[in-house]
Design a protein around this ligand. Sequence first.
Ligand code: 5GP
Length: 189
Amino acid sequence: MSDPTSGTARLTVLAGPTAVGKGTVTAYLREHHPEVWISVSVTTRKQRPGEVDGVHYHFVDDAEFDRLIAAQDLLEWAVVHRQARYGTPRQPVVAALAEGRLALLEIDLQGARQVRETMPAARFVFLAPPSWDELVRRLVGRGTEDEAERERRLDSAKAEMAAEPEFDATVVNHTIPAAVQELVELMRS
Ligand code: 5GP
């Protein structure tokens, strides 16, 4: 097709503060809505137990990430939590949209802003916690990060919460099934 951004109205970008449950929402969506195509990001961060290379992420080293940037193979990329690089491979997104599929990117705020520049017709959805206190509780309760890392993520979360007005719609993550239902309805509308 001649216009690589045609069909971007069927592209939804989901962002929101750290620990709001984006990963869980995406996992539930993957399981219950196979009709939605979900982008698999590349990342330089280490694989966690239970994560499958090629399913949750494509785990790559710095050299490979540099190569993807140089080849302009990434639709967007960012350093997240000052720790690792994450990016969206461009070609699979273009292909999914060309097939007319509903497509979802679950990325951070910096990435969402880049996509807004290049694909302004996409739909931008903010996943919000029921409250700030609840977000802090989820961040601490997750227990996968040490103290310094939690502090870093809380700092990021504050800045990310302030970005909500930039988005087309907000979904409040009271429960995963309800949030996914609302998200899918938005994607179809
Ligand atoms: P985690 O390391 O916990 O899987 O993800 C950390 C953060 O990276 C999350 O906020 C997630 O949205 C973000 N992220 C995942 N993939 C991408 C991507 O391709 N691009 C950008 N900009 N952020 C991403």
